[in-house]
Design a protein around this ligand. Structure first.
Ligand SMILES: [Zn+2]
Length: 321
């Protein structure tokens, strides 16, 4: 069943609701929320939730599933990360009844959804023109959260301390176990990111006992865990060429790309300052000095680390010379 939670009004007089699809299992079990498009232009998660809800097995769950494919309706309508006043909904939690719109929506979500749940998965993508390797971000120092992150069966887990004001932080404060899935880029569907997201949610629901465990062991290698990631920024303004794609392993001093002016003069070579895996990169080859170009997750013992994403058909980098 789909419930439309009354949220607010457009200034056109039309009402805005927060649509929640609820599946109640016949037997008790965990209460899991799925949220997408808290950043209104991050749409992979909208398609992930649609596909999860269409799976016939969802009619046989234990516990309760609350699915919210579009949390930031204003942003979704305007292809924007933000709310109309440029506030970031994911920096507005836990919210308040009397604050700005972002704060009120956050409050509604906390009281009507998070308060009913024991677990949550929040779905995100990179920003516009920035592509993220599918990855789970969670507080991996918590054993139960680590177990769910590993169950997602994704190549890289980032041990990320929750940022104040995010849905994840506010929900963890309320005692929930929460994963954040990051994959692909804003305003684009990426098939690999969507498939891995659907598979990951099903795997987590199996781990939680909401779905029957598979007879055979779920496919997928052990994930790599990184406790630190770092954006490498443009050393000068110019046009970027790069052979790098997300999922690549890089050593210290590996060449990540070259920035030149339009005449091919003023060459600046960008080298990795650390050893790790490229978990995010810009797809826009036009860089101002200081722009974030490559996100690298530090991984120790890179040579021995498995590379389970090699069969994932990672998208090609459009900036290859
Ligand atoms: Zn986001």
């Amino acid at each position: 069943m789909t419930i439309d939670l009354p949220a607010t009004m457009f200034y056109t007089h039309a009402p805005i609701t927060l649509p929640v699809h609820v599946i109640c299992g016949k037997k008790p079990g965990p209460h899991l929320f799925l949220t997408a498009a808290i950043h209104g232009d991050e749409i992979n998660g909208v398609e992930i939730i649609r596909r999860v809800l269409q799976l016939p097995v969802m009619q046989r769950i234990k516990g309760v599933l609350l699915a919210l494919p579009i949390v930031n309706l204003h942003g979704f309508l305007h292809h924007s990360r933000y709310l109309p006043d440029r506030r970031d909904l994911n920096r507005s939690f836990p919210g308040s009844v009397k604050g700005p719109l972002a704060s009120r929506l956050a409050y509604l979500l906390m009281h009507e959804v998070v308060a009913q749940c024991s677990h949550g998965i929040d779905l995100h993508t990179g920003a516009q023109h920035r592509f993220n390797l599918p990855q789970i971000r969670a507080d991996l120092s918590d054993d139960d959260t680590y177990r769910l992150g590993a169950a997602f069966r994704i190549p890289v887990l980032i041990d990320s301390h929750t940022r104040d004001g995010s849905l994840r932080h506010a929900a963890v404060q309320q005692g929930l176990k929460v994963l954040l899935y990051e994959a692909g880029e804003a305003l684009r569907f990426d098939e690999m990111s969507i498939k891995l997201g659907v598979r990951g949610i099903v795997n987590v629901m199996r781990e939680l006992g909401m779905l029957a465990a598979k007879d055979t062991t779920t496919q997928g290698a052990r994930p790599m865990v990184s406790t630190q990631s770092r954006w490498i920024r443009a050393p000068g303004s110019g046009i970027l060429r790069s052979p790098i794609k997300v999922g690549d392993r890089v050593k210290r001093r590996t060449e990540l790309g070259i920035i030149t002016d339009p005449f091919g003069e003023q060459v600046k070579i960008i080298r990795s300052p650390l050893e790790g895996i490229v978990i995010g990169q810009t797809f826009l080859p036009l860089a101002n000095e200081g722009d974030a170009l490559f996100n690298i997750a530090a991984v120790k013992d890179l040579d021995r680390a498995a590379a389970p994403w090699e069969d994932l058909n990672v998208v090609s980098n459009p900036n290859v010379s």
